[in-house]
Design a protein around this ligand. Structure first.
Ligand SMILES: [Zn+2]
Length: 211
């Protein structure tokens, strides 16, 4: 028998994990009133009751979750900033992270059949290496070694003027790799060529330049 709720408010807070392996989702408050009406879901962090990234971000900040100011100040869509934040924390759902959550699927990279990890997908895989090499040619900065190097050192090699540009380029590149990977994994698309992936990254950069 279905329970009828008049108000179900879920405040879901992404908690910064001390380890980098999984998303920790903590349900901190649940208010349930049982009445004879239809179920409704209300996002309690916005007056409209509708989910918004901005309200979630504000809640994260107000709850003391530390985020990189550099990351949040660059002019890219908020959902890409959140993706980068997940990437920086090492918690995006690559296959190795899924396996830690008891997922038993094929763990190989969809591009080259090595084991898919964040480090492999964004730094070691042939697609990633090609894209970082292209950035190297454009900016004269050698490819980052790993995710920490990307955010701590690599994206700060441009000086005051160009740091945000470097981080934006890194965002476009990583987002392009992730979208292309997801298309192959979930939509069963054939992997794009290196140049197609590169042009896609440039496309995102052009889109974000208008922001
Ligand atoms: Zn690969």
């Amino acid at each position: 028998m279905l329970l009828e709720y008049t108000k179900l408010i879920l405040l879901v807070i992404l908690i910064h994990a001390s380890h980098k392996r999984i998303h920790n989702l903590q349900l901190i408050k649940v208010y349930v009133n049982l009445l004879g009406e239809r179920d409704t879901f209300v996002w309690a962090l916005h007056s409209s009751g509708t989910f918004s990234v901005k309200s979630m971000y504000a809640k994260l900040i107000n709850n003391g979750v530390r985020v990189s100011q550099d990351l949040w100040q660059i002019k890219i869509p908020t959902r890409i900033k959140i993706f980068l934040w997940y990437l920086k924390r090492g918690v995006i759902l690559t296959k190795d992270n899924l396996a830690r959550r008891n997922w038993n699927g094929d763990k190989s990279c969809c591009f080259c059949h090595s084991t898919e990890t964040i480090h492999h997908l964004f730094f070691e895989c042939a697609y990633a290496k090609f894209l970082w090499r292209a950035v190297h040619l454009l900016f004269g900065i050698a490819p980052p070694l790993n995710i920490d190097d990307l955010f701590v050192t690599w994206s700060k090699m441009g000086g005051v003027i160009y740091n945000s540009l470097l981080l934006t380029a890194a965002a476009a590149l990583c987002w392009t790799i992730w979208l292309t990977r997801n298309e192959v994994v979930f939509d069963k698309c054939r992997p794009k060529t290196f140049l197609q992936v590169l042009f896609r990254g440039i496309h995102w950069l052009r889109q974000w330049a208008r922001l």
